[in-house]
Design a protein around this ligand. Structure first.
Ligand code: ATP
Ligand code: MG
Length: 256
């Protein structure tokens, strides 16, 4: 009896050790993947800038430089540098995981501001926008800029999912358990079941050069640090709804 018990305990320990090693290996490999993606992503635009620098130098040396060509080359360099700056900024946000600066904020105002930044894109893509912002939701204690970043990321994703136009609905409400809720709904391409589990993984993107794959990873971190959560519902070729739940007050700010 005793021996059987001891054997069981030993195999349990062994199992736990193996599992810890696996978790560690997985962490390391995702770190390696992240490092490789960063190197790749930053290297591409920098190589582009290098080529244009060499081109410009050559033309200046041989006195064959027209103002138009120079301006064109410079604007290409600017675009490439903007791309790497954006990438590095996103990465820093992601790595810093800065604790939220808490203030009493109005979610409707945050959603409206986030949408204003993207309104022009929605119009260009002939997207119909429906705002159902409930006037009765309570104000919440949150970091205005960080929640605005979450809204912007979700709205941008929704717009990018509807290149041929569609309908974007932004809805705020109070959930049954008293949390404040924001739904960002699109009638776009939808998400395949196999991609569903990878959405929040850093650098997961199906957008090729147009996506870094950090929007949802960053948003997930922000919402988690606010004590909330994000839900996703999606049907391929029908559309997607991301719902953010945020507690009105976070635990440590509860009185009494
Ligand atoms: N509303 C949506 N409809 C369809 N697919 C979506 C939607 N939102 C996210 N996705 C999928 O999830 C992936 C990850 O989204 P995420 O915002 O993290 O990265 P991204 O948009 O590709 O790049 P970026 O870093 O610029 O945001 C997207 O590439 C896309 O495949
Ligand atoms: Mg995105």
């Amino acid at each position: 009896m005793n021996i059987a018990y001891q054997k069981l305990a030993e195999s349990y320990d062994q199992l736990r050790e193996n599992q810890e090693q696996l978790v560690q290996a997985e962490k390391l490999s995702s770190l390696g993947q992240i490092a490789a993606s960063i190197a790749h992503e930053v290297n591409n635009p920098l190589s582009g800038v290098l080529v244009y620098t060499q081109l410009l130098t050559k033309r200046i040396r041989s006195d064959k430089l027209s103002k138009d060509v120079a301006l064109e080359n410079l604007s290409k360099m600017e675009a490439e540098l903007n791309r790497s700056t954006k990438l590095i900024r996103n990465l820093l946000d992601f790595a810093r995981q800065s604790p939220p600066t808490l203030w009493e904020v109005d979610l409707n105002e945050i959603v409206s501001r986030a949408f204003d930044l993207a309104a022009h894109l929605a119009e260009l893509q002939h997207i119909q926008v429906i705002k159902e912002l409930s006037p009765t939701i309570p104000r919440l204690v949150a970091d205005f800029d960080q929640i605005q970043q979450v809204c912007t990321n979700l709205i941008m994703n929704a717009i990018q999912a509807m290149p041929e136009g569609g309908r974007l609905t932004l809805r705020t409400s109070t959930s049954s358990d008293g949390q404040v809720k924001l739904a960002v709904q699109d009638t776009g391409c939808g998400i395949s079941p196999e991609n569903m589990s990878r959405l929040f993984t850093p650098f997961f993107s199906t957008k090729g050069k147009k996506g870094v794959g950090l929007g949802l990873a960053v948003s997930h971190g922000i919402v988690q640090r606010h004590g909330g959560r994000i839900d996703v519902q999606s049907k391929v070729e029908e559309g997607t709804t991301f719902t953010v739940y945020l507690p009105v007050r976070q635990e440590e700010h509860k009185e009494g």
